[in-house]
Design a binder for this molecule. Structure first.
Ligand code: AMP
Length: 227
């Protein structure tokens, strides 16, 4: 299966993607993580992307499309993947369709996470990430047992620089300006599934699970560990 997670920053896409990818049947491809890795490794792409990420702006389409194309072509993506944070513009969505067409594939489902601006700000301001394994936490909703330390690997937790309030507001503004167009695009394609995401993590996972179950009908695909 080829799935896209679409929605504003802080809608819970990364958390849900982590849960689904644990099952190993779908590779979790986060454009944000790929770009942050490139910045950290000081690659040419990373140097170009850094200034945009720091300001909460979108990295130019061509850079992101190239990075995603390379990843999708990896062997481990042949059986399916879950794109988190890509596409974010109409040009990226069209480039993705082209890429998949060349591979004889297409997208199966686009999940659209719907959440209020107030929740986004609350979620992002409390978000903490493990510097070693990338696990997601939240100071209020999903706290680690030991303050600032990852439960899974003992790594140090940090707050992303672009999760600070001013940058969050800019990211939300850009989401409305550039990414909302995609909702219509995928609606017209008939593959958009709206997921109301104000509720808790487990309830959202269940909703996603039900949609996938319906879509794959007879194919016993994934056990998400929820009833
Ligand atoms: P995220 O982790 O998805 O919130 O992405 C963090 C930042 O990476 C964004 O604010 C953008 O600067 C950049 N980025 C991630 N994905 C994309 C994309 N598909 N197109 C353009 N920029 C992106």
């Amino acid at each position: 299966m080829r799935i896209v997670f679409l929605g504003p920053p802080g809608a819970g896409k990364g958390t849900q993607a982590e849960i689904l990818s644990k099952e190993k049947k779908l590779q979790h491809i986060s454009s944000g993580n790929l770009l942050r890795d490139a910045v950290e490794n000081g690659t040419e792409t990373g140097l170009k992307a850094k200034q945009y990420i720091e300001k909460g702006q979108l990295v130019p389409d061509q850079i992101v499309v190239d990075i995603i194309r390379d990843r999708i072509l990896d062997k481990d993506c042949r059986n399916g993947f879950l794109l988190d944070g890509f596409p974010r513009t109409l040009a990226q969505a069209k480039a993705l369709d082209e890429m998949l067409k060349k591979l004889g594939n297409k997208l199966d489902i686009v999940f659209y996470f719907v959440v209020s601006k107030e929740s986004i700000v609350l979620r992002l301001s409390g978000r903490r990430i493990c510097s070693a394994c990338g696990a997601n936490y939240h100071t209020k909703f999903v706290p680690s047992v030991k303050d600032g330390i990852c439960d899974k690997c003992g790594g140090k937790l940090y707050q992303r620089a672009d999760d600070k309030l001013e940058t969050v507001q800019e990211r939300i503004r850009i989401y409305h300006e550039q990414t909302e167009d995609l909702i219509e695009y995928y609606k017209k394609n008939g593959i958009l599934k709206e997921i109301e995401s104000e509720t808790d993590i487990k309830t959202i996972t269940k909703k996603i699970f039900n949609v996938i179950k319906d879509a794959s009908q007879n194919e016993p695909l994934i056990n998400f560990g929820v009833a």
